[in-house]
Design a protein around this ligand. Sequence first.
Ligand code: ADP
Length: 608
Amino acid sequence: MKTYFRLLSFAKPIEKFAIPYAIATILAVICNTFLFTLIGPLLETLFTPKDGAHAATMIDKASSFDFVGHFNAYINHSVDAHGKLYTLKIVCVVIVISVVLANLFRYFSQRIMEDLRVHTLLKLRKRVFDNIMDLHIGFFSSERKGDIISKVASDVQVVQFTVTNTLQVVFKEPVQLLFYIGVLLSISVKLTIFSLLVIPISGFIISKIVKRLKQQATQAHESFAKMIGFLDESLGGIKIIKAFNATERIKKKFHDENIFYSNLTRKMTRRQQLASPVSQTLGVLVVVFIILYGGNMILTNQGSLTSSKFLVYIATFSQVMQPIKAITDSFSGIHSGIAAGVRVLDLIDTKSTMINAPDAIVLNDFKESISFQNVDFDYGNKPILKNINLTIKKGQTIALVGPSGGGKSTLVDLIPRFYDPIGGSISIDGHNLKDINFESLRVLMGTVNQQSILFNDSIANNIAFSKPDATREEIITAAKIANADGFILNTQDGYETNIGDGGNKLSGGQKQRICIARAILANPPIMLLDEATSALDTESEKLVQDALYRLMESRTSIVIAHRLSTIQNADIIAVIDKGEVIETGTHTELMRKKGLYNRLIEMQTFND
Ligand code: ADP
């Protein structure tokens, strides 16, 4: 219930929708109920012979709550005054008017509900996505991508459907039910009390049927999330899948999950659908009993029940089942909605562990140095960085080298504060990173990394990602410095060419040069580079290397170097192995030391 109300809070301001909805609904219900009570007068007009005195007694007899009685009386009165045919026409006109009005109001109420549904969905989806974007980087390595996607894409949809659906049911159906029951009671209290017993009985039976649904809904979600994750991974790895002729294997794996999911949803729907025939059958059983009981009352002339009233009673009672059915249907569906709601709220409630301190310093410039003091770090289990001490002065280039898995990328990730150290501290111009507003910190840094992360957009927009208000001239200048202008002009639409998902229409070297242009355009004082020129052919390597040199010019750069030949001019080379800085110095100093750096250089020269 708590979950439900929290989900409902996304419908705010709910009054804006609820008040017009309630008004439209009540009017629709009144017209609808009125329509059924007209059956009696219609029959009365057509088939019952009346005399003048009859009408007057009917009016007298009708108590103030006896709607049907009142109508009958007025109709009789009209028959006496204007004749049968005229009255029949009047009744028909009234029927048409009430049908039109009932449907008009119903249409309005549905429109308002649809507005509410769309409004809730919009807010909920925005809130989930905003929260995901604000989460700390660490969250994304521990959470499955498919899970996140399915929460945003499918769960949010399920939630809003269930929430607004139940809202509709809660608002409308009880009102409709009350009106119908009012009519029923006004005809016969005795019959009504008996017939309404069916509600708790069918409620009990249906709650038994839907009990298992909640558990199955959770299982179905997990399976769906797995499929989405698998789809995402398969699309990303399509080349490798084809290269290893693994298409059939992958198809089978997806299909197995697909079968499991389909079976589960089938089972769930069956169970859900069972609720409605059960309640309908019970309803018809009651109607049969009413016919027996009420028919007996008329035939033996007990009480004031007339045959036309009895017909109105049965017609109205058959309508009673509709709101009851809607209520039971919505309760049988609410489980999956609540289960999805819990998952969505879970994501909304996950708080970023990376938040600015209340009085965080806003850095406007980088003046002196970045310094690591006794920094320790781990991703949750084994230590990754141990007691790192390093100082990078403004204007210097520091190269990080060492065997893969040593912790170089992790060390670089600590500088823009993607993660916080678990021991020691990192400071920039004497301020601990934890005391600095991290957005202002990240403005000072540009990144070019190995994976060349680009977006499915035009070349110009990809370059301008780092500075959305850049002019075309600025973009072209950046591209020229990055040695990218030449190949860009050779593409089909030049700067407007779309580069495909992740930039897959470009070569590795081209992607890297776009990334470099992007970093150049932002023009930050500090550059974090993950060099990956080793994957390129000699010519593009030269172009990329050249672009990188220009990028590093007059900046402070921290470079993860894979090609040791490119960093021999670095001011400091730090050799990192198993999470520790084991050697620091210039190329000449380290060569003289004959340590790990020397061995790495010899190995690479040998390989080349
Ligand atoms: P390098 O850049 O020197 O190759 P990394 O910094 O990438 O090394 O990795 C150092 C260690 O940290 C590796 O053992 C790797 O498995 C681990 N590691 C890297 N990223 C994560 C992560 N997000 N979660 C858990 N462990 C990680």
